[in-house]
Design a protein around this ligand. Structure first.
Ligand code: ATP
Ligand code: MG
Length: 230
């Protein structure tokens, strides 16, 4: 039921709380057209990650409505939602299984060539080359020998491989050094040419390529506009 290509997004008066007593998102209303890029900034605890979690239905909202590609997300089957919407969170979850399965999430349409090309582009191929059995290397949950920065690249590679139509990057470069961050920036720009994107960042300076910026504070939209307006 979702249209092909980049997906638009709309929040309509969305209110959400983890616990009844403390609202985390309050009356959030905004929309993005297909292909637009939004940067979200705001202080620690302002609700940035929560906003991305409710988009993937990791939590149900209390009231309001979220539409992706014009469809209320509660009407979508979860596999359809996950196939089209990708998210990189602040930490990566690995599971017991091969390196290949950890990257493709069992999608056997993804070829080894595409995996190698993508890891090359994102700067993760050194790490993969160092694994004893390449893509067949067995990883155990939580136990992989990834540095914080490598883990972040791993999570990004995973999302790149699924070629999402809407992608949410939650502080994708917070653990990378400047050189790695610039490699990553190029790759992210390329991916964003084919999808709608949301990039969550602590600093405005890491959001050079976005069309719009939202400033969140205390679960409310404090500002929303084009880059030049802020
Ligand atoms: P940061 O910049 O530190 O990543 P953030 O803007 O992403 O912060 P959120 O993680 O969305 O902030 O948190 C918003 C509020 O929700 C905070 O007050 C936080 O304590 C609370 N919160 C976050 N996750 C949970 C949870 N699983 N259960 C209960 N409260 C939570
Ligand atoms: Mg966060």
């Amino acid at each position: 039921t979702l249209p092909d290509g980049p997906l638009g997004l709309a929040f309509k008066d969305v209110t959400f709380s983890y616990n009844p007593d403390k609202p985390v998102l309050q009356h959030i209303t905004f929309s993005l057209r297909p292909g637009e890029r939004l940067g979200i900034i705001g202080r620690t605890g302002s609700g940035k990650s929560s906003l991305s979690r409710v988009m993937l239905r990791l939590y149900n909202i209390n009231s309001g409505r979220i539409e992706i590609g014009g469809v209320d997300i509660t009407q979508l089957e979860l596999p359809d939602l996950y196939r089209r919407v990708g998210m990189v969170t602040q930490d990566v979850q690995l599971f017991d299984g091969s390196l290949r399965d950890n990257l493709t999430l069992f999608d056997d349409q993804i070829s080894d060539e595409f995996i190698m090309e993508t890891t090359q582009r994102l700067g993760l191929s050194h790490w993969i080359d160092a694994q004893p059995e390449g893509l067949d290397t067995h990883l155990s949950a939580g136990g992989a020998s990834l540095s914080a920065g490598e883990a972040q690249l791993f999570a990004l590679t995973r999302v790149f491989l699924t070629q999402p139509s809407l992608v949410i990057l939650d502080e994708p470069s917070s653990r990378l050094d400047a050189a790695t961050e610039s490699i990553l920036q190029t790759a992210v720009d390329q991916m964003m040419e084919h999808c709608t994107g949301i990039i969550i960042a602590h600093r405005l300076s890491t959001l050079e390529q976005v069309d719009r910026i939202m400033v969140l504070g205390g679960g409310k939209i404090l500002e929303f506009g084009g880059r030049e307006q802020l």
